[in-house]
Design a protein around this ligand. Sequence first.
Ligand code: EPU
Length: 759
Amino acid sequence: MGGIGMSGIAYMYLSMGHPVQGSDIKKNKVLGQLAEMGAKVFIGHDASHVSGADIVVYSSSIAPDHPERVAAQKAGVLLLHRAEALALLCKDKFTIAVAGTHGKTTTTALIGMILKDAKRDPSIVVGGMVSFFSGNACFGEGKEMVIEADESDSSFLKFSPDIEVITNIEEEHMDHFSDVEAVEKAFEAFVKRMGRKGFLVGCAEDERAAKLVAKNSKRASGYGFKKNGDGLYAQNITECPGGRRGVEFEVWKGDTCLGVVRLKIMGSHNVLNSLAALTVGLRLGVDFPTAAAALERYEGAARRFDVKYEDEDFWVVDDYAHHPTEIRKTLAAAKALKRNRIVAVFQPHRYSRTQRFLNDFATSFFDVDKFIVTDIYGAGEKVVEGLSAHQITDLARQYGHKDAVFIERSHLTDVLSKEIKKGDLVMLLGAGDVCEVSDELSHYLKNQRTVSAKSDLSNPFRHFKGKVLIHEPLAKHTTLKVGGPVDFWIEPQDKEELGEALRICRASAIPVQILGLGSNVLAPDEGIEGAVIHLGSPYFREVSEREGKIIARGGVPNSVFIPFAVERGYGGCEFLLGVPGSIGGSVVMNAGSHGASVDEFLESVLFMDMNGVTRTIQKKDIQFHYRSSDLKHGFVIEAQFAFPKKPIGETQAKLNEYREYRQKTQDLFHPSAGCMFKNPKDAGCSSGKFIDDAGLKGKRVGNAQISEKHGNFIINLGGATAQDILSLMEMARTEVKRQFGVELESEVKILRGVAACPR
Ligand code: EPU
């Protein structure tokens, strides 16, 4: 049940309220998530695992003599192949099935994203982990169901879709098909599976897919790079515009340009995938701007040009490409990034495929500066005598590649960490476990940054035990995902090191600012001179209970604090659910929601001022106001709270109510900083309502937008700048003042490029 296909189906059945149980040979993250949702998970296989089931679902890799399959058969239980189970889920839905040799996952996810943004609440089942819905499946109440249909074992013939998308048809899965004609025939049969009202969307750039479109011309549409009938086509394609990751293109239909799309994903193959998704979206009545905006937000799926590490010196990218065509397309996209060197590591996947494409693999890497091949990943296949991955590098060298080498899988991380140079783009390609190398290498590079920052003699924080990073982008640390680099990013190990950091800043005249979880701040695009101190080390994330009080250090996230208090029987802290920050920030800002705020429950604070002097301050000595306090210029090291004891059930019910309210009224989907403005005093209504009444919802500047859901939220649609956000804030201020005479005051802290020096 832990595989990419089966887990999606398990997720869907669980979401529909059915009890689900399943087994796998080893534990993984997905199984943990399913267990959290209520699935019963068994590690190892046994006939007893199927007892009590009404339906037993198996994947293609489960042989007919598998003990659980045999037991289900004996018990006369309904036994379904994975695709049949998925087909059952599609039964009463309007099904959009995406098939093709390459690009299925991306295209499925893109269609899902368009329908989601068009508020159609679709169900989606993909063959990869997609960040925008945090998984490989998404359950919706809407009538549309978007699925990835797998041709590898002809199981796609189990579906009867209403719309089919065919991205391309190539020679692949030769363990199942005798030749490419057999693959083509299977796709023909797939098209026949559509009902009379069905509609085919096929890639006009792919000869075989185009043939199917031509054959079904009355109910089909092609898409590509050239004008063809009334199909969509892309023009003026720019790869990596301005050196940024992504691709930009115009979308045309006949003689009309519908608009420009700026993707965050790379390569001309993704231009085609987007055109397929747009064709489906427009056909289903979604307007072009909504569909295009959805495409622009798409960040990619795990293992599809998945950037695992990125700084000014190195990039590490993991990609699933395991077929020569995919490899060539991925490398062409990588080239557009114009890094000094491309180092490509290829792990051939399956003996059968390696044997078949030996020559193609050897010639697919001419664009890379260093070509490393590692051992073949068998994926359960029998070893082919006489076949070895060395043959690929031997052939590549024979064909003229200047730097093609074989490195054993177990040595890869070690060798790479020694061989890579500044300016390198390291690409890890393959469907096997080579992705682990990308994680290991990224981890190594992250550590190296701290190590190299600390070995720099000019770095005044080089003796620190905690994290010290140089030129750290603040966009990584703000919930709005905006902000340029800071000279020094410092996470002191404990309060003594925090005092030391402040002493160094004073002595070396380094300006310093404080950043909590970055949820209530806007950081400047040009970055910040000096140091930013963040209480992120384990010491500052401790929370404990002592004599009926909850004591939390300043860096404890509210999301950790709340369950800690609730599980111990305390109530009253539920209001913090609406505040996605840390305890330190919440105390200083006197955070609140639903009519409650921090000052009601706080007892005392251990506070360190910018001189490094620590003292305990009782609540009565702190001036609290609406969303502010006089606890300025310093750090909350620790805060003590007194919450009343309440039945857990009651507190949890309130948490659920608040959670639902937030989900209903706020945009929790896009990056934001929460409410941008304080609610004006005695104005009789909230800032959100004023902005709403001023008609500003949905207004856009660059890639920032005033949320359509809540007027007091500004959301980052992807790639927004601080300037975009400031312009929208100004627009809201001016309009609300003009129309209602009300002054809006910023709730978010706007960080300055040059901070004040501690004195
Ligand atoms: N409203 C509209 N249109 C809008 C937004 C709101 O008509 O676009 C109406 C609502 O229907 C409601 C009223 O305005 O009648 C107040 O809105 P809401 O309940 O959403 O509360 P809010 O005052 O806008 C506060 C906090 C939020 C917190 C919520 C939930 C402030 C500035 N904001 O929002 O906190 O999550 O209550 O209780 O106090 C934050 O501070 O970052 C934050 C998100």
